[in-house]
Design a protein around this ligand. Sequence first.
Ligand SMILES: [Zn+2]
Length: 492
Amino acid sequence: MTKLNQGLGVFLGVLLTTASWAALAADTAQMKKDVATWVDGNTKTLEAVNRKIWTYAEVGLEEHKSSKELQDLLKANGFTVKAGVAGMPTAFMATYGEGGPVIGILAEFDALLGVSQSDSPSPKVGANPESGHACGHSIFGVASTGAAIAVKQLIASGAIKGTIKLYGTPAEETGIGKVYMLRDGMFKNDDVILHWHAGDKNEVGYKSSKALINAKFHFKGVAAHASAAPASGRSALDAVELMSVGVQYMREHIKQEARIHSVITKGGGQPNVVPQEAEAWYYVRANSFDDAFSYYNWVREIAESAAKMTKTELDAVTVQSESHDMLGNRPLAEALHKNFAAMGMPQWTQAEMAFANTTQREFKDPFGSDFTKAGISLSTKLEPLVDKFDNTATASTDVGDISWFVPVGGFQVASVGYGLPMHSWPVVAATGTSIGTKALVTASKVLAATAIDLYTDAALVAAAKADFKKVREPLTWHTAIPDGQKAPLGVR
Ligand SMILES: [Zn+2]
């Protein structure tokens, strides 16, 4: 079914076609039509850039080629690009325009380790056997970049006034990029931040995300011959294992919605040497940052105790990053919902629906779930905007941290078979095909249209700020990352 890519045009250059902007008058309806026409007219270029980033499938903080693709596109279209911001070589900030309002759009582009997949609707290792875009961040980055360039053209034509910023935010999957960019002073002076995400539904988010603390625990023991002189050795791996046992017992006594998961990043060299060094990497999550922080401190005490039990040393605990729970913004959610409805849902072909249906049938989960039972291969409807803020989040994002400082609005566009989970091979497959292209085109239009409202309607910006103030004021910000800590150089 690589047929879905047959329409992919040859990518000849980075400069996008300029539309003949009809909207020199401040007519927002016409401006929205213009950006939609512009996005449609540049679909081939956006699709080609997505396909490249999707193929690179670079993981967090190694997204050199992916980041460059977006930067090149922005530079060729008149943006000033500051690369390597906040100490991360792949992070960047692109700016166009001057004065207010300042609207920021987020772009992500990191892939996930261990989820390789081709653009086949059946499980099949892709060109990059190590990693894949199983969270759809290739389309995320490209759609946001397209939206920023569309908005830029309205600023350049004089139809709207203000500044558009596109943030290239690396390593979202480890919650690193935006957190260190924020610590470096970015986002905080913007009026509004917009973002979007791939998903199985068309839906505007008025919901939270889980708070997360991402930490590594490093133990030091004494190496010795494991058979000839075990009494002379002290195993750092034993400490990692006992820490894990302690955490399993802890689970019974924490709130049900909390999540703790780990991997062993260092476990020794070979069996006949007592491991001198071992390291476990933990994600501790809860529905509020305060809960996540208290569980993290408990996990840390378990690590200290495991070191005591094994006569080893817990010689380093590094909080690599953290994500705060997402705060909602009602006026932005309503504006996004209205624009999403007006721009329309992706329209799927029979071939695209058949592709998604195959992935639903071929994706096997341990419960034998039937992903076709809702009778929807790809969603074609916009989910209603929930009335009440939904705090039953399951996933985390470093967008959450920004939402504690600036009004943030976001949404998801259907880009994978209905009901299928993220971080799975069907997401990689779909986002590398025309399904991903249609999702990114839709997202680009919704982002640009909402930005137009924000540039032209001061009352909307004021309402977003007032709502932000109301939600944020009772809360106290704190962080588990030590003062002055620099961004890590790699995710593992
Ligand atoms: Zn994601």
